[in-house]
Ligand binder design. Structure first.
Ligand code: ZN
Length: 322
């Protein structure tokens, strides 16, 4: 298909609650962002694809040149296939083997690009974070309440995808074999250790506290409660131990981390953020081989569904050669 060079591409990031939309012009300029609430009874894959198709066909004067779609989970981007997305469609109706690309093509007639959410975020970061020339890079995203920890691995300038698009499931690397049960069925996965459930269990032990959210846990840290400080330190150490595995495997030049909530919010939870960050940086140094860590810069950046939507649009543009 020949594309009009002056038309934008649209990126959609699908989450369990919202559809995030971002439009990007061929020159890379971000055109617009919006967020659409997904009605509680509209969460099957077919319904979400319909929602995207309806939006793209009704919201633009000129038809977009291409569509990008970001989904958290196991996405085989070469086929446009969502193989497994555990966070979408609650009540156990996970997305499994959904051919998003074909469905969107049928509905809109537009070329499309479907990828894992953190892979999409990389595309946006490459544009916005001054990463020109950085060929070996790791991006880690921790979702709301620690429910989801994804990564994107870039080696030699290429995203590492594995044989079926499942590479980078860093959240399910086992850090403590006898640790907390993970939603994937295993134990002691990094994602489980950083989740609000693990923090709350540690802080609430003994019955003196009753936190159930990250914000409540972080508020105790800000108030100087030792057991909460210890929980954030422990989370930071586990995170750093996991990051050191990536440093040893990939020898990255940069690691970019981010996500909503206290782990990365210097403004709202300065003490919790400081404890977590100091501990994970120390753990990276402790567990990295040789001097690999010295050449690796770790930065906290803005990451989230908005980033994924913009990145999906950028991916769609570059893939279509606009
Ligand atoms: Zn797991």
């Amino acid at each position: 298909m020949t594309l009009k060079r002056d038309t934008l591409a649209v990126g959609y990031a699908v989450t369990h609650e919202y559809l995030y939309v971002s439009s990007v012009m061929p020159d890379g300029l971000l055109k617009a962002k919006e967020r659409l609430k997904i009605p509680g009874d509209l969460q099957t894959p077919d319904q979400i694809v319909d929602m995207i198709a309806d939006h793209v066909t009704s919201s633009f004067d000129d038809s977009p040149s291409a569509i990008g779609v970001s989904v958290g989970g196991h996405v085989e981007h070469a086929k446009g296939l969502v193989r497994y997305a555990p966070d979408l469609a609650p009540h156990g109706r996970h997305w499994k083997n959904v051919d998003v690309s074909s469905q969107l093509q049928d509905r809109t007639g537009l070329p499309n690009y479907v990828d894992n959410d953190v892979n999409c975020m990389v595309s946006d970061l490459l544009t916005t974070e001054g990463l020109a020339g950085v060929n070996d890079l790791v991006v880690i995203y921790i979702a709301e309440e620690g429910h989801g920890l994804g990564s994107a691995l870039v080696a030699g300038g290429e995203i590492v995808r594995g044989s079926s698009g499942g590479a980078g499931e860093f959240g399910h690397v086992t850090i403590q074999p006898a640790g907390a049960r993970c939603r994937c069925g295993s134990r002691g996965c990094l994602e489980a250790l950083l989740s609000v459930e693990t923090l709350a269990r540690e802080i609430n032990w003994g019955g003196r506290h009753g936190v159930s959210t990250m914000a409540e846990a972080a508020s105790l840290v800000e108030g100087g409660v030792v057991v909460a400080q210890t929980a954030f330190r422990r989370a930071g150490r586990n995170f750093g131990q996991g990051l050191a595995v990536l440093v040893n495997l990939l020898n990255p030049e940069r690691i970019l981390v981010g996500g909503p909530g206290p782990y990365f919010s210097e403004v709202d939870w300065p003490s919790a953020n400081e404890l977590f960050q100091a501990e994970f940086e120390a753990a990276v140094a402790d567990y990295s081989f040789s001097d690999l860590q010295d050449g690796c810069k770790v930065d906290v950046v803005q990451l989230g569904p908005e980033t994924a939507a913009s990145g999906a649009a950028r991916m769609a543009l570059s893939r279509e050669g606009v």
